[in-house]
Design a protein. Structure first.
Length: 157
């Protein structure tokens, strides 16, 4: 005696046909490495109110080749110096001194950074953020001159 296929079974057939074996023992979409790009930046572009003790971090889509990281891999405006660390898919710039409060910073990432897949990052746009607080007072660059001829008190004493 033949029975009619269950409606539940018919509903599962399209679902099972849409799955792909990833080789990991689970069903899901097949993922492939296709490039080397920036995935995320911290602090995020355009953010304001960032703590002056923050560091700058860039996350990539692939493991970073640490042999391509130099002291100029992350450049912060104003010649800010610091330490650069590589950890898997991320590169972090830790400033040597706290950032100035209420100040805008621009960050550039070197196009020479490569992923472990051998691909170069290539040109990337810079981004910026602003720290919290009141900006420091400007440095007084005026030169104080002595008395000039015609000024009261000028002349031999």
């Amino acid at each position: 005696m033949l029975r009619k296929p269950s409606l539940l079974l018919l509903g599962l057939v399209p679902l099972l046909l849409s799955c792909t074996d990833t080789g990991s023992g689970s069903l899901g979409p097949l993922e492939t490495e296709t490039g080397f790009d920036i995935l995320a930046r911290t602090p995020g572009p355009g953010r304001a109110g960032i703590d002056v003790d923050t560091w700058i971090s860039v996350a990539f889509t692939t493991q970073v080749d640490p042999t391509t990281i130099t002291s100029s891999s992350i450049v912060v405006n104003g010649g800010l110096t610091g330490t650069i660390e590589v950890n898997g898919k991320s590169v972090r710039f830790i400033p040597a001194v706290p950032l100035d409060s209420g100040t805008s910073y621009a960050i550039a990432v070197s196009a020479a950074i490569k992923g472990s897949n051998g691909l170069s990052l290539g040109p990337t746009p810079s981004w910026g953020f602003k720290t919290a607080g009141t900006p420091p007072p400007p440095i007084d660059t005026t030169v104080q001159l002595g008395l000039r001829p015609g000024d009261a008190g000028f002349g031999p004493r």
